[in-house]
Unconditional design. Sequence first.
Length: 407
Amino acid sequence: MTDRLLPQTNKDVLDIIRAAAEDKQTLEIIGAGSKVDWGRPVNSSAFLDLTKLTGIMLYEPAELVLSAAAGTSMMEIQQALAAENQQLAFEPPDFSSLYGGNNSGTLGGTIAANLSGSKRLQAGAARDHFLGFEAVSGRGEEFKSGGRVVKNVTGFDLSKLLAGSFGTLAAMTSVTVKVLPKPDKTRTVLLYGLDDEAAVKALSETLQGPFEINSAAHLPANIAAKSAVSYIASSGGSVAAVRVQGPEPSVEVRCRAVRALWQAHGEVEELHGHNSENLWQEVRDIAKLLSNPEDQIWRLSVPPSTGAGVVAAITGQLEGEYYYDWGGGLIWLALEAKAENSTAILRQVIDNSGGHATLVRGSAELRSSIDVFHPQPEELARLSSKIKSSFDPAGVLNPGKMYKVDG
């Protein structure tokens, strides 16, 4: 049984990693464990559990900045922000249900995975809201970057580097993020009954218009039927959706304009309040819409104009369920757990169209045998290896989590 190390302070983290580096031991970094099965299985000497590093250290609503220990739960973060009518504008998804858990994860884990929801279209990714951090590298050295005010861009590149590194470069002990006010009003306009190609085209047309859309998704009929939102589930067909937020008068004007544009394509409806909120939570968190807990779950990032063609090429060879986010540029795909040759087929289709295919959920056997993250071009792989060596030359932290380790 793998030992679980529970540091209470930043110095404890430093001491543990320094000792591991000296003793040539390896560590798997975990927080709440909500995403531990994302990535290749890690063969480690011990778990480095950061859940005792918790608590909001600084929150200045007027300055739009929050700093917290890396192990602070996302629930605590969200509650603190809600009390001030603020939010994380990149809307991080909660993947706990996707992995069969009930813990919403930690702030450090959210940043380490660069988790970004439907609003990424307008707000940007998690890394774009990541202002700074304190961390310990795989060398056993403390370092920090960034600051506590939005205008401070010191160490900007290091923050960008750690976001999405899945704990393979350093163990973050604290995180500073930009926060924003919640919008005054939110509405979602629905368009019923279009096939994939027509729906993605309608979304693209709308995104290019003057409507300030911040989220755009398309649910095929079989996926729409699973929604808990009655306007979606009872439609009997596919549903395309765009979200509009801002001051109430502006939202009303923009929604009216979107409805007028879309009426040429089919039946149109509008969601308000909780119905709108619930739809985008379903799209963001995945598990409600792709509901078989045994399925492989793939995240396909493609040029929106190619999305429908990518899906057609894949589903012509593999049985699966899917839906589109980010205006067609993000495809969530569920395949049978034992679908044969799924990885080779997906990667070939993606390579032909441009984009990336990442396995977000799969059996340990599958994750051990494939590249979970899309294979990097040779030049980029060399650069990634050099960066890893700079931060963690002995391969102490999360070895093999993102890419296979030779030997």
